[in-house]
Design a protein around this ligand. Structure first.
Ligand SMILES: [Ca+2]
Length: 481
């Protein structure tokens, strides 16, 4: 793909209080692995404490409606790095792929070309393999100290602060031992309210808090270096929590993530913004903040103007929706092609409309462990853990059957949720007569948005998305214990 540069602006406007513009900002992008909304104390989580995320939010902007492009590690991270929707990334649209190095503009590489010291610590792009000279997130450093040791004095830097938290596996009981009360955890109503599940969520919370401490350590270090004021500091997650009907799904539990952005020198503090944001918007934002031209191929839209404003609530009227979707997560279908469970969806304030491209397939992978044991693909699109196990073992219970079906049962081709009365997206009203008009309007709007963004599922060149080799192992290997 040709790199067409359209120079947006150079760093020019004055700083806060009319102060003269300063040096180009540093960029720190902190991303947790499998951390979903609303699991931060800034969003009101009753049990999980995230003082460092909260500090970024209070020093800058807390975003209420941030969504990933795809609820799977590799495509979500590829979309962030390229500022483009996952479905434009060819092999990069699926988990565990060969990264199409050199085909797409990558913000870390563009910053390196502009003179930034660029690198990553812990999980950046992936899982997958790249043939490029450098990983898409920049050179991987074994420590944050090592990253700064290679920086030239005064050189602006761009650090990808990764984490493997709160990805599974968890240490059983770690949450409660760390003081997280299982009775108080945020429990989505699609999950059973039983001690096993509450404990599992507390253990997830333990790892969220560990990530938050990593963020705090780096912020403290930047403060000691005198660099915190002129750093664009972003904290988010790559998709929702690794629980049934969360990660890998296009409901809020899978695609909605925490997001806070601060830049004390330039961004007015203490604001809450409700604009709909796709994490594809971050690459253009970072480039604009650094005074680097934004490639026209990036479908994301810069948040820079909103960051520099003092506005709150819905700042830009056109940011009233986002689109997202998925291709193959883990190959988990009991079918020869094993191409995954492709989905596209659109989310507005009031509705979520979902298009399941292959409702004949299993959304979380086939549940038939006897025929699939040898291939290790039992419910493989959902990470193994105590919550999945509890649902499996109680799937025939009268009180559990419906919950099990929400997570693991087959779905219909189209789903519509009225968030005004069903905020947790549990009751599909797509076929109810009173919703026909809304359903058709959202379906049309989704198709238009996908066509505009060049989605091969709409434009018809499916070979771009399918048939790529899966380079990983099984996600839900049987036996499950
Ligand atoms: Ca992840």
């Amino acid at each position: 793909m040709l790199l067409t540069l359209a120079l947006v602006m150079t760093c020019g406007p004055q700083g806060l209080n009319g102060a003269p513009p300063t040096a180009r900002p540093n960029i720190v992008f902190a991303i947790a692995d499998d951390w979903g909304w609303p699991h931060a104390s800034a969003y009101g989580d009753p049990a999980i404490k995230t003082p460092n995320f909260d500090a970024v939010a209070s020093e800058g902007v807390l975003w209420e409606h941030a969504y990933v492009s795809s609820p799977s590690c590799t495509p979500s991270r590829g979309a962030i790095i390229t500022g483009q929707h996952f479905f434009r990334l060819g092999a990069g649209a699926s988990l565990w792929c060969h990264w199409p190095a050199g085909e797409f503009a990558e913000y870390p590489a563009l910053l390196a070309q502009a003179g930034y010291h660029v690198g990553s610590w812990r999980k950046a792009w992936g899982p997958g393999k790249t043939a490029g000279d450098l990983p898409p997130g920049g050179k991987a450093y074994p420590s944050v100290d090592g990253f700064f040791e290679e920086r030239t004095d005064g050189q602006p830097f761009c650090l990808w602060l990764g984490a493997s938290d709160p990805h599974r596996g968890y240490e059983l009981g770690s949450g409660e031992r760390a003081g997280i009360d299982p009775d108080k955890v945020h429990l989505s109503p699609h999950l059973p309210d039983v001690p096993e599940v509450r404990g599992d969520i507390a253990d997830y919370g333990f790892e969220v808090q560990r990530f938050d401490r990593d963020v705090g350590r780096v912020r403290k270090r930047l403060a000691q270096m005198g660099e915190l004021e002129n750093t664009l500091f972003i904290v988010t997650g790559d998709h929702g929590m690794p629980f049934p009907r969360c990660k890998g799904n296009v409901y809020d539990s899978g695609v909605r993530v925490p997001l806070a952005i601060a830049w004390p020198e330039r961004v007015p503090a203490g604001r809450v913004v409700t604009d709909f944001v796709s994490l594809t918007d971050l690459a253009p934002t970072i480039l604009e903040a650094a005074g680097v031209g934004v490639p026209a191929e990036m479908t994301g839209r810069s948040l820079f103007a909103t960051l520099l404003s003092s506005k709150e609530g819905r700042v830009e009227a056109h940011r009233d929706h986002v689109i997202f979707g998925r291709e193959r997560h883990v190959p988990a279908q009991d079918a020869p092609e094993r191409e995954g469970y492709p989905v596209r969806a659109i989310r507005t304030d009031d509705f979520l409309y979902v298009r399941n491209v292959h409702p004949d397939r299993w959304p979380a992978g086939t549940p038939d462990h006897e025929t699939c044991a040898s291939r290790g693909s039992w419910l493989a699109d959902c990470d193994n853990g105590p919550t999945k196990l509890w649902l499996w073992e109680h799937r025939e219970d009268e009180a559990v059957r419906a919950l099990y079906a929400l997570s693991f049962g087959k779905r219909v081709g189209r789903e519509l949720y009225d968030l005004r009365v069903d905020p947790h997206q549990l009751r599909n009203v797509a076929e109810e007569p009173g919703y026909a008009e809304v359903r058709v309007a959202l379906s049309d709007r989704l198709t238009r948005a996908l066509r505009l963004a060049g989605d091969p599922r709409v434009t018809g060149s499916l070979a771009v998305l399918e048939g790529h080799t899966y380079l990983g192992g099984g996600g839900g290997r049987w036996p499950y214990k």
